[in-house]
Design a protein around this ligand. Structure first.
Ligand SMILES: Cc1cc2nc3c(=O)[nH]c(=O)nc-3n(C[C@H](O)[C@H](O)[C@H](O)COP(=O)(O)O)c2cc1C
Length: 185
């Protein structure tokens, strides 16, 4: 698949199963992620790769965080959070490891981490795997950072759920670029 085809056909998939990418494929995907644009070469990227029993740990982290955020959380909702990590056999947590910098604000470093995430999705897509980017309650807060043993400056910006696509993928919407582009010439 060439780059343009990969970009045009990437399609989020919520139903994911095994197999997951091999060690070698993961290594290639991370190399792609590390080519994300990065103002001042800060390298603000960190990835937590979770599979197997790691998913149980993430499930516990979600439940603990939900309880911390709302001590009266509805048990049904708590059950949903507990089960959430098992929606894919592999999850990569996107963490922005940001630093104080005179020219590069934190938001730019988070954007760099987001582009690293997109590179991962595209690399996995090109290898024949599917994925979906999710955020929800367990992103952008200190409580989940603490549960994941992150440092003070590290923030979860999202979760890539990765695996082999189960069933049919959705139709890719046909959008007209003219609705999104303003041309000055
Ligand atoms: C920053 C970000 C956060 C997202 N969070 C969620 C989420 O929590 N749950 C969800 O179902 N989709 C979420 N999405 C949307 C999906 O990843 C996906 O983009 C959407 O289902 C449309 O599919 P497509 O990417 O194939 O166009 C998020 C997307 C982005 C960029």
């Amino acid at each position: 698949m060439n780059t343009i085809d990969a970009l045009l056909t990437r399609n989020s998939a919520p139903r994911l199963t095994t197999p997951i990418p091999t060690e070698n494929q993961l290594e290639i995907a991370y190399k792609c992620a590390l080519r994300a644009p990065d103002h001042a070469w800060i390298r603000p990227w960190k990835f937590i790769q979770i599979s197997g029993k790691g998913l149980d740990k993430l499930s516990k982290a979600f439940v603990n965080t939900a309880k911390k955020l709302d001590k009266n959380v509805d048990p049904e909702i708590l059950k949903k959070y507990k089960e959430a990590p098992y929606r894919a056999p592999l999850i990569i947590v996107l963490v922005a490891d940001t630093k104080e910098h005179p020219k590069v604000p934190v938001i730019e470093q988070q954007l760099s981490t987001a582009t690293a995430g997109q590179n991962l999705l595209l690399a996995f897509h090109e290898m024949g795997f599917g994925g979906i980017w999710r955020t929800g309650k367990f992103s952008f807060n200190k409580e989940i950072s603490m549960e994941l043993s992150l440092k003070e400056n590290e923030i979860v910006i999202g979760y890539l759920y990765i695996g082999t696509v189960e069933g049919k993928t959705k139709r890719i919407p046909e959008l007209n670029s003219k609705d999104f582009v303003i041309t000055w010439e």
